[in-house]
Design a protein around this ligand. Sequence first.
Ligand code: AR6
Length: 234
Amino acid sequence: CKGTTKDSLLLGVASKEVKESENLAKGSVDADVSVDEITTLAFPSISTADFQFNNETASDIIVEKVEEFVNKLENARLVLVDLTHGSKILSLVRTKAEKRNIDSKKFFTFVGNITQLYSQGGLRCNVIANAANWRLKPGGGGVNAAIFTAAGLALETATKERANSLLPGHAVVVPLPSDSPLYTREGVSHVIHVLGPNMNPQRPNSLNNDYKKGCSILREAYTSLFTGFLSILR
Ligand code: AR6
C-alpha cells in the first residue's frame, strides 16, 4: 500500500481486506489465472449522494441486481466502492449480501477512491463505473468529477465518440485510450458511464420523491451497467 498519512490508515485496512479477498479469488479461479488477470468492475453506489436516493432502498436494489448477474460473470468480479469506512451504503450492502449468501469472491465492497484503486489500494480493476450526469460532462462533483479529472482529456474525447447524452437508467461503455493516466497508472481500460434516478430538486429531471419511478430507473441503471460490463468480457 503506497498511501500516505491519513490515507494510509484508511487504505491500509482496505488493502488488507483486499488481499484476503484476492487470496480467496485465487482459489476460486483456474490455477493458471493470476489475480491480475481477473476482470473486475468497480462501481460506486449510483444516485445515493448528490442525487439523494434513499440508501436503504438503493442497497436492496444493488444486492438484488448483483444477485441476478453474479452467476453470469465466470472469472470476473464486481466491487462496490466508496470513499470511507463509515459509508452507510457499503455497510448496508455488505450485510444484505451476506444474508443472501452472495459469493464474496465474486462480489465484495472496498473502501478507496475509485480513481486510485490500484496505486493506493492494491486492487486491480480494469473497468470502473461513473455515476454520470445526463450531458456526460466533466465536473459537477462526486465520482464524476474525480473520474474525468483523473482520466484527463482522453476520456472526454472518447466519451464524445460514443454518446452526447444519457437517459436515466442507461449506461454507455467507453474504451479508455491507452495514453490516459487512468489507464497507465491504474490499469483501467474501460469506463462505463451510468445515469441514475435523480431525487435532488436542485438537479435536472428531479423525480420529486417518486420512488416508484426512482426504483424502476435505478434497477434499469444497474442492469445497463452490468450488461455493459458483460459485453466487455465477451
Ligand atoms: N471514489 C469512490 N466513491 C466515490 C468517489 C470517489 N472518488 N466520489 C464519490 N463517491 P455521486 P450520484 C461515492 O454524488 O448521487 C455528479 O455531480 C459517493 O460517496 O458521485 O449518482 C454528477 O455529475 C456515493 O456513494 O453520484 C451527477 O450530476 C457514490 O460515489 C451527480 O453527481 C455516488 O455519489 C450524480 O449523483
